[in-house]
Design a protein around this ligand. Structure first.
Ligand code: ADP
Ligand code: MG
Ligand code: MG
Length: 902
């Protein structure tokens, strides 16, 4: 890369623009953009990510860099009329990291570069403010010491605290010049001792070392881990911004602040932000002193305030989005230090997108890119009533959303015991491990005091769809004494707590839960146009309409009964992509299944099956009625039969006890034999799916007959049933052919008997690698494919979800082997590539092959984009995720269109 002789490694702020994020990083590109918009940005220049890459690859900065930096520095000095570190009037600069993607808290910035024992007195004289000069110097030594020389930050903080304590004051602004002078001395000693070298007095050396430190910060362990998890490529490197200093710590007519161009919570236009007088840089976020609301700036400095408001309007119109801003006021002069498109809450994302459409700033297609399915999902969880009085106990990481209330329990055993007796419980642990699994299942929610988003608790809870707050460090959890302490408050086992997995907040007592207005809207209980509909619902309604207009993928539901089917319809489902039939063999019908399994003769078997037939037919009639006019894919029985038999241990005990009493029950004995016979080491890979249909005579035939008769009944009642029969776990076309022949015969019989033409289609799931690999052959016998990506993920990776999520996924996520669980988001490279090739092979055999997916991935935002790309006809997911799938299908289509038209 360094062969390119014309390559420039340094860009003045006047030379860049916002499209150069690859080269200049996000911060640098936006500083350049603001400079070119004529906004007051302190002059400076950016060292490119290319220079960083050379440094990281070769261990030294490119040879040309030093001269280029010198030239740009000279130009900067000329512009500012003073030299870097000049002893009587020093130019000071900040050295700021800034990669293409923001990596919050990963890399550092050093302010006030250029101060030394000599120039600090020059700065004091020039500014007429001795205190300011020494305050700036102590900040430099502190930041430089920590970031560049690797000194333990606490050493400085402790020294600062000591100085305040000695003077009996609490805030740093109460320290005067003399105190700060002493502190600088102390800080320099700390550096010399801890870093083994003196704090450098040469300004250029300070700058060069700081630049190198920023380069190196790209490869700290925490930065590497962060990138692996966020899937940010590790070879991008960071840019470095050298920016002339402006000072917010020059007294009460100076200050520093952050602002948003509109309310990041509601999207409303207005004045949002915080301001801190007489402060520098990070004092605002660090919470050292109390900030004032930005609106108060109007009274403090009207001219700067008015100018800031005007600039915010300029930025919003220019970026066509909410921007966040860092600014500083130096003695009444406003300076812009940073801007970027700002983060926002889920609700605000929807409102802002529609507000910007109304302002004519963006198109409907662009509006779709401003919201995400994750945000919509967040808006659909029930939430705690914001109005209700509640006592906040603490706050942790929002690991798995939802609002959960229950009695505190501190071990899994109690969680299970209490929940069996009908109590709602919250499992509280320091951290969880695989032994806690039962307790987690039994709980409403999980709360831990340690661990992050990839901790065991977080991963497993997300997998289960359970509310979880983890890493709430203020909570002192004492599992031995079954209690937790937060400050003065002690929560004993049995006390009620409430946890909010969307915000990470933990409350004492029961906080009332209210349904989400967005769900009320999807349920049809609230109308977007009604007077009482809030802005959020109106915005969601509009965005959903945009998505439905452009999307190509249809969205179906995984629903097993009429009730779920009706909800799915209300949520916008265009059919059922997966109706599991296992529930049709449970409850009172279990006995008939037992008889079926124990049958010795064809007669007994048929008797058991014909007892099941009318019951199943009734279920199907209800379902087809609920989904009248829409396709319903019914999957024939999939799970291993032993799941319908009594538990092996329980039954063994019962039989043993009976034998010891000498009154063994004949039926129990036979049942036990059957249970033993059907017991499998690895049921996931055993006798299930189509294999069951092929070895249990009459089973699939009975199911097909129930479907066909139900469809005929609906037809005769002038309904429009559209059943599709789906065969699970097919690995080879022969399996499907045999089932299909039988099914066709049954359907023909029913058609003849009822005088109807049913037009039932027969297809298969593609959920085994072999099925995907031979999809071209299988398509000869299948009218449709439905990718079962849950099982396909398990079989492609060779692991079972229940086992691995609890045992080693945490380690894999922490090591960055997965960015996200392959059960949450489809593994594009592995599982995805099988899906892609099976689509092609299937369509090559049968061009009108209908293609869908019915794994839970069908409702996952990322995965929906993948299914759009590979050309499926529909995705199918649980009813609750349908709106998310509709939105993401729309976004995928709009994105594809947008990229050709722009
Ligand atoms: P981060 O990415 O962590 O926000 P920044 O590089 O933006 O780091 O800088 C940290 C703080 O220092 C910010 O508050 C920023 O506004 C302030 N700052 C950076 N450069 C200057 C400067 N040249 N003059 C005054 N303040 C600055
Ligand atoms: Mg910043
Ligand atoms: Mg399956």
């Amino acid at each position: 890369m360094s062969e390119n002789k014309d390559q420039k490694f340094v860009y003045d702020f006047t030379e860049g623009n916002r499209d150069l994020k690859d080269l200049l990083g996000g911060k640098g590109a936006n500083l350049a953009e603001m400079t070119n918009l004529g906004l007051p940005v302190p002059p400076g220049f950016t060292i490119t990510t290319e220079a960083c890459k050379v440094y990281l690859e070769s261990g030294t900065a490119p040879a040309e860099l030093r001269d280029e930096v010198s030239a740009h520095l000279a130009a900067l000095e000329a512009k500012m009329g003073k030299k870097l570190g000049q002893s009587d009037d020093p130019l000071l600069v900040s050295v700021r990291s800034g990669a293409k993607f923001s990596m919050p808290g990963m890399m550092d910035t050093v302010l006030n570069i250029g101060l030394s024992d000599e120039s600090v007195t020059g700065l004091a004289a020039q500014s007429g403010d001795e205190r300011f000069a020494w305050d700036s110097y102590r900040r430099l030594i502190q930041m430089f010491g920590k970031t560049v020389l690797g000194v333990e930050g606490e050493l400085f903080e402790d020294a600062l605290d000591e100085a305040k304590a000695a003077k009996k004051v609490t805030v740093d602004t109460d320290l005067d010049a003399a105190d700060l002078k002493k502190l600088v001395k102390h800080f320099k000693k700390i550096v010399a001792k801890d870093a083994g070298r003196e704090f450098p007095q040469d300004a250029r050396e300070q700058m060069d070392l700081a630049v190198e430190a920023v380069f190196n910060s790209w490869n700290t362990d925490r930065a590497k881990l962060y990138r692996r998890q966020e899937r940010i490529p590790s070879d991008l490197g960071t840019a470095v911004n050298i920016c002339s200093m402006v000072f917010g710590n020059l007294g009460p007519d100076s200050g520093t602040g952050v602002a948003f161009t509109r309310d990041p919570a509601s999207g409303h236009a207005g004045v949002y932000g915080d301001y801190l007088q007489n402060a520098q840089g990070e004092d605002v976020v660090a919470g050292i002193r109390n900030t004032v609301p930005l609106a108060d700036l109007e009274a403090i400095d009207k001219a700067s305030y008015d100018q800031l408001i005007e600039i915010m309007t300029t930025l919003e119109t220019h970026y066509k989005d909410l921007c966040d801003i860092e600014f500083t006021i130096e003695r009444g002069q406003l300076w812009m230090l940073q801007t970027r498109v700002g983060k926002r809450t889920a609700g605000a994302a929807f409102r802002i997108a529609t507000q910007l459409v109304d302002q004519g700033l963006i198109s409907e297609a662009e509006a779709l890119q401003r919201v995400t399915g994750h945000q919509l999902a967040q808006l659909m969880f029930p939430r705690f009533d914001g109005e209700a009085k509640s006592t906040l106990l603490g706050r942790g990481i929002a690991a798995s959303p939802g609002a959960a209330v229950g009695k505190a329990v501190f071990d899994s055993y109690t969680a299970v015991k209490w929940s069996r007796s009908g109590e709602k419980v919250i499992l509280i642990r320091r951290e969880t491990n695989p032994d806690d699994l039962d307790g987690m299942i039994a709980s409403e929610g999980i709360l831990t005091s340690r661990g992050g988003k990839t901790s065991h608790a977080a991963v497993v809870a997300r997998g289960m769809g359970k509310t979880c707050v983890c890493g709430a460090e203020e909570l002192d959890v004492d599992t031995k004494r079954r209690r937790m302490t937060v400050g003065e408050t002690v929560i004993e086992e049995g006390d009620v707590v409430s946890i909010d997995g969307s915000t990470g907040k933990v409350y004492l007592g029961e906080v009332p839960v209210v349904p989400s207005p967005v769900v009320e809207y999807f349920e049809g209980r609230m109308h977007a146009g009604a007077d009482d509909a809030d802005e959020l619902v109106a915005a969601v309604h509009r965005i959903m309409a945009y998505a439905d207009r452009v999307r190509r993928l249809r969205v179906r539901a995984n629903a097993d009964n009429a009730e779920d089917a009706l909800r799915a319809r209300r949520f916008g489902a265009q059919g059922i992509g997966l109706c599991r039939t296992e529930h049709m063999f449970l409850g009172e019908r279990r006995e008939m299944v037992e008889r079926l399994i124990l049958a010795d003769t064809d007669g007994e078997r048929e008797e058991a099956l014909s007892a099941l037939l009318p019951l199943q037919k009734k279920d199907f009639v209800e379902l087809f009625e609920a989904m009248d006019g829409l396709p319903v894919t019914v999957r024939l029985l999939d799970p291993p039969l032993h799941e319908f038999l009594p538990d092996i241990t329980e039954l063994s005990v019962r039989v043993a006890l009976a034998e010891s009493r000498k009154d063994a029950n004949e039926n129990d004995l036979r049942l036990l034999q059957a249970v033993h016979k059907l017991h499998e080491q690895n049921p996931m890979l055993g006798l299930r799916g189509v294999r069951l249909g092929l070895v249990i005579p009459g089973l699939f035939k009975m199911q097909v007959r129930a479907i066909a008769e139900a469809a005929a009944e609906r037809k005769n009642a002038k309904g429009d049933p559209r059943a599709e029969i789906m065969v699970p776990l097919v690995g080879t076309v022969q399996e499907l052919e045999i089932v299909r022949e039988e099914a066709d015969a049954v359907i023909a019989e029913v058609e003849a008997a009822t005088g109807t033409s049913l037009k039932l289609t027969i297809g298969t799931m593609i959920e085994l690698p072999r099925a995907a690999l031979t999809a071209g052959q299988i398509a000869e016998a299948a009218q449709f494919f439905s990718f079962g990506t849950n099982d396909l993920t398990q079989t492609v990776w060779g692991f079972s979800r229940d086992d691995v999520e609890a045992s080693f996924f945490t380690a894999y996520l922490e090591k960055g082997i997965f960015g996200v669980s392959p059960f949450e988001t489809i593994d594009r490279d592995g599982v995805g590539s099988l899906v892609r090739s099976a689509v092609q092979a299937g369509r090559a055999t049968r061009p009108d092959l209908k293609l869908g997916v019915c794994g839970e991935h069908g409702g996952d935002p990322e995965s929906v984009h993948f299914f759009h790309e590979v050309g499926l006809d529909y995705v199918s997911c649980s009813p609750f995720r349908i709106p998310v799938a509709r939105l993401e299908a729309g976004r995928a289509a709009a994105e594809a269109k947008g990229s050709d038209s722009r």
